[in-house]
Design a protein around this ligand. Structure first.
Ligand code: BGC
Length: 252
């Protein structure tokens, strides 16, 4: 089924492949999201099979937007920082399109999708300037939007800060692995934010990823100057952004 004003988004993550029909007027899901456990190893062919199973379950026959935690250029995955290395140089758009019977597919970076969704429907919907979303998870994803336009593939999670990549300092996986307190972890996050705000001067940072659910424990501990707000869309941002991208025909 496919209906006007709606689009289908799929968010591919380390533990689950999640998808739903999105109502583009509101950014709400039109039904409960469908989640299938990510196959391991998460190779391109295994993920493509899961994607086709998910779309069949949803009974959706229109175009599909899909996120990957990779730099995406012309439908091709150029990096694989926290996913199976066999994704590098895979033509993901072609792979998914073939798995879905040749239909139109748009593939974009996971943080870019979340950023677009927060920018239009979520935490930054009333901000008219430069919005930077950072997702804190296994790694750090980034998205930069200026007045609603995405600059794709920014990859600020890999910026060098004092000899260490930002995501190796301040991803939420680092907090877990090293058993850091919120205070200790917030010191690392502050370093990342100060570096980025001094270079790019965003009007606001949107903090996404699972740990944004506990934002009241750590956002008040940050010492940078730019306001930081917690993401609103929580675990639907990737799905919503993927649906927006396919609706707009955006193919970074
Ligand atoms: C990847 C990004 C991705 C982020 C969040 C980083 O390690 O390089 O492409 O957006 O993780 O998944």
């Amino acid at each position: 089924m496919s209906t006007r004003g709606q689009a289908f988004g799929i968010d591919i993550g380390g533990s689950g492949v999640k998808g739903a029909v999105v109502d583009l007027a509101t950014g709400d899901l039109a039904h409960e999201r469908i989640k299938i456990a990510t196959p391991h190893p998460a190779t391109p062919n295994a993920i493509a099979e899961t994607v086709s199973e998910l779309v069949a379950k949803a009974d959706w026959d229109g175009p599909v937007g899909i996120t990957l935690p990779s730099v995406m250029v012309n439908g091709i995955a150029r990096t694989a920082a926290n996913i199976d290395s066999s994704w590098v140089d895979t033509d993901a758009r072609q792979l998914f399109s073939l798995a879905l019977g040749g239909r139109e597919v748009v593939v974009l970076n996971d943080a870019d999708a979340a950023g677009m969704a927060e920018d239009r429907y979520g935490a930054a919907k009333n901000i008219d300037g430069l919005v930077m979303l950072l997702t804190f998870g296994t790694g750090i994803g980034s998205a930069l939007m200026y007045r609603g336009t995405l600059m794709p593939n920014t990859e600020f999670g890999h910026i060098d800060i004092g000899g260490k990549e930002a995501e190796h300092r301040a991803a939420s996986s680092v907090k877990e692995r090293k058993n850091l307190s919120y205070k200790q972890w917030a010191t690392q996050v502050t370093k990342v934010l100060v570096t980025l705000e001094n270079l790019l001067w965003p009007d606001v940072f949107v903090a996404g990823g699972g740990i944004s659910r506990d934002a009241e424990h750590w956002i008040p501990l940050l010492g940078n100057r730019t306001p930081v707000v917690a993401a609103h869309l929580r675990n639907t941002a990737g799905i919503v952004g993927a649906a927006m991208a396919v609706d707009a025909g955006i193919a970074p």
